[in-house]
Design a protein around this ligand. Sequence first.
Ligand SMILES: NC(=O)c1ccc[n+]([C@@H]2O[C@H](COP(=O)([O-])OP(=O)(O)OC[C@H]3O[C@@H](n4cnc5c(N)ncnc54)[C@H](O)[C@@H]3O)[C@@H](O)[C@H]2O)c1
Ligand SMILES: [Zn+2]
Ligand SMILES: [Zn+2]
Length: 379
Amino acid sequence: MKGLVYQGPFSVSVEDVPDARIEAPTDAVVRITTTNICGSDLHMYEGRTDVERGKVLGHENMGIVEAVGDAVGRVQVGDRVSLPFNIACGTCANCVKGLTGFCLRANPGSAGAAYGYASMGPYDGGQAEYLRVPWADYNALVLPAGTEHENDYTMLSDIFPTGWHGVELAKMQPGENIVIYGAGPVGLMAAHAAQIKGAAQVYVVDQQADRLKLAEQLGATAIDRSSGDAVEKLTELTGGGADRGVDAVGYQAHEIDGVEHPEIVLNELVQVVKPTGGIGVVGVYVPEDPGAEGELAKQGKLAFDFGTFFFKGQSMGTGQCNTKQYNAGLRDLITEGKATPGFLVSHEMPLSEAPQGYDHFDKREEGWTKVVLHPGSTA
Ligand SMILES: NC(=O)c1ccc[n+]([C@@H]2O[C@H](COP(=O)([O-])OP(=O)(O)OC[C@H]3O[C@@H](n4cnc5c(N)ncnc54)[C@H](O)[C@@H]3O)[C@@H](O)[C@H]2O)c1
Ligand SMILES: [Zn+2]
Ligand SMILES: [Zn+2]
């Protein structure tokens, strides 16, 4: 079968790779119809991880069940399914609590497992014709048959639940306002989630005009940080501070001049969110960030403003999304027409064009908000 393989920094290619197959009785094999390139894939693409050459990438996968192992009963051949990016066993102490991003069995000794991702277990990704799905009965979310809402449902494997998780971690209640840093796919999904959850006002901060325009189209207030101090602007617009905040940027946060400054977003959120307010951090931070400038960052540490955070009595929630906690409910919102996360999709292409897709998306070229690959199509 064909799969998209990591070759080295800024280099991926479509190659013949070993066929996905049933390796355990609880496995399924899914024929991938749609799989997305994610901002998280770019951490590997840009060479910031220790992902091994030859790894098949892709953790945002959906498709049709092609084969099931003997112990698979709920999921059936022919089902249309979405696969959470986290691989979870369903029975360990964390999984039974719903903490599927921190499954103790899928990637022992580390924090959670995912398809096609550096240090998240030995699992191949789904930017390929087929994908092996461990513990398929637990992991696969069955979707309505057919092809309707394909671009909406494809957001269920990661970024729609992740955006939702950010708003949950911030503990936003209906009627509150919320500031979201980052108008990338995750930030825009957080904005969509906050609106569905009844935010009084959503503010989205970025410096990329095309992305801010999408935020405005959602009904959010766009804050362009290249045209003035975002903290000042937000403090003024919110009348003294926001109730809640979400970091959908992560450790690649940068100054306007492009210099990476990993703690800048966290510290601006601490300033902008009101005393006793909540902050949800879904942008990725890593113990060691080889890309960052600055002495502390070189040691893998952040100069986080803990003093102000403490003084204001704020709370913060962090981490990988426990996708399964949200994906069935979000699927139903899509089915009922109450959520339309597919608005993000800007480009669709066959797997053979994925290397070009990575290149454009990685350069954050104007209009390239979300790239969706269709391994089944050759057009
Ligand atoms: N927690 C999870 O489970 C999970 C899941 C998926 C993605 N992620 C992470 O979420 C983060 C965002 O993902 P994405 O796909 O939207 O990435 P992205 O890189 O496309 O978007 C990030 C956006 O942040 C903006 N930005 C940079 N510096 C900024 C600053 N100082 N202030 C405001 N905006 C700034 C950029 O212009 C960009 O538009 C990444 O770190 C990704 O790895 C986490
Ligand atoms: Zn992703
Ligand atoms: Zn588990």
